[in-house]
Design a protein around this ligand. Structure first.
Ligand SMILES: [Mn+2]
Length: 369
């Protein structure tokens, strides 16, 4: 039987009605301040997905076990940020109102504002977890308030003080850091404090919007982005942090700022694609919104080997004793007890990372939400 060539993210081919996670692309980069190209991010990630597996050995979960719908890319007006944000908000609102989880793939970081506007309508007590190299707290950039350099400041306009939690931040104007010290919960350089923050938000049972600017990663791992900043985190550290955040009440999320054209090796796209898979699996298995997603083949609560940050090989790697260098410590290590949900049951194996340093690879009995 001949079929039309419709490309979805790998295994995200459920019907919309059945899906509880819905992904969509926001290919917009009109306010990019330095090197453009993030408009090509969503289609590159989607295409790249056919080069990876549906199964995650980190989480022992498989995309095939969940009902995910890929609604494709929005057709956004490049000449008008406000129109683009309106279209993004409308798409996110439809998904939220249908009781599903929207996962947006950017695009430059400004796209987050559209989705946050929609999420706030349904969840007025929303908190934002923000991973980024940049503070994004400028009040305006080159005379405009709608810029990817201002996106978290615009989110602050909406949610107010103490509800934006920023991690890995290592770049911005002095004024942005001054603003952060008074109005946001900023954690510079690393994921230090993340587990405590999520434990606290979980205890308050507040909804979380989770935005990941991939330039939080070190440009050595992720050069394919418009404004790279040295001194970033590694893939295992980011993955661990994602597994931590998704233990909270996450109701919507985005991954942004991949500019595939700026890394001709394709390594940045491959990383972004894998992070997207891991994020989808973590959301599907943990978000309260997706509780009904699991198909019959998936057994919730079966010993997930991964729910704790220390379980990702390489996350607590050779740098763990370099405490004088900000960000050198795997910030998320050994903080699982703060979440109150993970109990160490067995240490089933140990392993050696590429540098020959021993780290403990443990198995956890994770209590599903
Ligand atoms: Mn950034």
């Amino acid at each position: 039987m001949l079929q039309p060539n419709i490309e979805t993210f790998l295994a995200c081919d459920s019907a919309y009605e059945d899906a509880t996670l819905v992904i969509f692309g926001a290919p917009f980069d009109s306010t990019t301040s330095y090197r453009p190209g993030t408009r090509f991010g969503p289609s590159a990630i989607r295409h790249e997905s056919f080069g990876i597996e549906t199964y995650s050995p980190y989480q022992d979960k498989d995309l095939e076990d969940y009902a995910i719908f890929d609604s494709g890319d929005l057709e956004l007006c490049f000449g008008s940020s406000e129109l683009a944000l309106k279209d993004i908000a409308e798409r996110a609102e439809i998904i939220l109102n249908d009781g599903k989880f929207p996962l947006m793939i950017g695009g430059e970081h400004l796209v987050t504002l559209g989705a946050v506007r929609a999420a706030l309508k349904k969840y007025p007590d929303l908190h934002v977890i923000h991973f980024d190299a940049h503070a994004d707290l400028r009040d305006e950039y080159l005379g405009v308030p709608l810029s990817h350099a201002c996106v978290l400041r615009r989110c602050h306009d909406l949610v107010g003080d103490g509800r934006i939690h920023q991690f890995c931040i290592r770049s911005g104007e002095r004024e942005e850091f001054r603003f952060a010290s008074q109005h946001t919960d900023m954690h510079k350089f690393s994921f230090d404090g993340l587990a405590e923050t999520i434990a606290d938000l979980k205890e308050q049972n507040v909804p979380i919007y989770f935005t990941i600017d991939l330039d939080c990663l070190d440009p050595g791992f992720f050069p394919g982005t418009g404004t790279p900043e040295a001194g970033g985190v590694s893939f295992p550290e980011l993955l661990n942090a994602i597994l931590t955040v998704t233990q909270g009440n996450v109701i919507a999320a985005d991954v942004n700022e991949l500019a595939p054209n700026l890394d001709q090796s394709g390594a940045s796209t491959a990383l972004a694609c894998k992070i997207t898979r891991e994020l989808m699996l973590a959301i599907c298995s943990k978000s309260p919104v997706c509780e009904t997603t699991a198909k019959e083949s998936f057994v919730p609560g079966a010993n997930a080997t991964t729910s704790n940050m220390s379980s990702v090989p390489g996350a607590n790697a050779a740098t763990s004793n370099m405490s004088s260098v900000p960000g050198a410590n795997a910030a998320t290590s050994k903080k699982s007890s703060a979440l109150g949900t993970n109990e160490v049951t067995t240490a089933d194996s140990s392993a050696t990372d590429r540098d020959g340093d021993l780290f403990l690879y443990t198995s956890f009995d994770f209590e599903e939400n």
